[in-house]
Design a protein around this ligand. Structure first.
Ligand SMILES: Cc1cc2nc3c(=O)[nH]c(=O)nc-3n(C[C@H](O)[C@H](O)[C@H](O)COP(=O)(O)O)c2cc1C
Length: 228
């Protein structure tokens, strides 16, 4: 990994980091010092977990390792589509609204009927959107359950917020684990680990696609306060 010293950063409030984080899908080619990645991963390990099992594993690659991984993923993605479980129909409207923002005039601005450019944009997942660091998040043991996967999520959220505080962008990527054999081989993942998602990390390029307000449901849709 890169040994450049970490640039200084100004600590930000938690709320600032939470609201400033957006999925980043266009990066500058500037390298990310390994010291920053290590500092953010160290912070992230403060996440709580069931019986303190700490079931998260995070692999990060740059340089020749990243080139090898991207090349294997691109070759698979050019050959066939990813194996990703379909969303239940009730959730499709979220995906449509998100796709409209991402590919529409506020984002990549690709005409609806331009299938070739839509495909090209989707295939950019497999080069981690040009990020200099690509990664993989796993649950360390397939005998663990959804609750333990939730603990990995807590770790990942800590990690991406720590990256955000340092000015780094990230994008979590289910698309990447749609090629499980390639991912296992190229990242060197043990058989008993459960693949959760890929991650792209780097310095965000200045582009509308990186500051999209994807929108969220009103909190009253998700928070249930019981008082009797
Ligand atoms: C587990 C997970 C998997 C995701 N997979 C992808 C992906 O494969 N490609 C992509 O472009 N974005 C992916 N995303 C990003 C989501 O689309 C994004 O988080 C969501 O639309 C909300 O936007 P925001 O992150 O900018 O707030 C993923 C996010 C998560 C948490």
């Amino acid at each position: 990994m890169e040994t450049t010293p970490s640039p200084p950063y100004t600590p930000k409030t938690l709320a600032t980091c939470i609201t400033a984080r957006h999925s980043t899908r266009l990066f500058t080619p500037d390298p990310v010092p390994a010291s920053i990645l290590r500092a953010c991963a160290t912070l992230a390990t403060n996440a709580p977990s069931n019986s303190n099992t700490q079931p998260w594993r995070l692999r990060l690659a740059h340089g020749p390792a990243r080139t090898r991984i991207v090349s294997a993923l691109q070759s698979a993605a050019n050959d066939h589509g990813p194996r990703i479980a379909p969303l239940p129909a009730e959730f499709n409207h979220f995906r449509s609204a998100m796709g409209h923002k991402l590919y529409g005039p506020e984002g990549w601005n690709i005409p609806r009927d331009d299938a070739a450019h839509h495909l090209e944009a989707q295939l950019r997942n497999y080069e981690f959107f040009g990020a200099p660091v690509c990664g993989l998040v796993t649950l360390c043991d397939e005998r663990l359950t959804a609750m333990d996967a939730m603990c990995v999520g807590l770790f990942v959220q800590n990690f991406v917020l720590a990256l955000t505080e340092r000015g780094l962008g990230s994008c979590l990527q289910v698309s990447v684990v749609g090629f499980p054999e390639v991912v296992r081989r190229e990242f060197g993942v043990a058989k008993e680990e459960v693949l959760l998602c890929g991650i792209a990390i780097g310095w965000p390029a200045v582009h509308p696609v990186n500051v999209l307000d994807i929108g969220r449901e009103d909190v009253d849709e998700v928070l249930i306060l019981l008082d009797e």
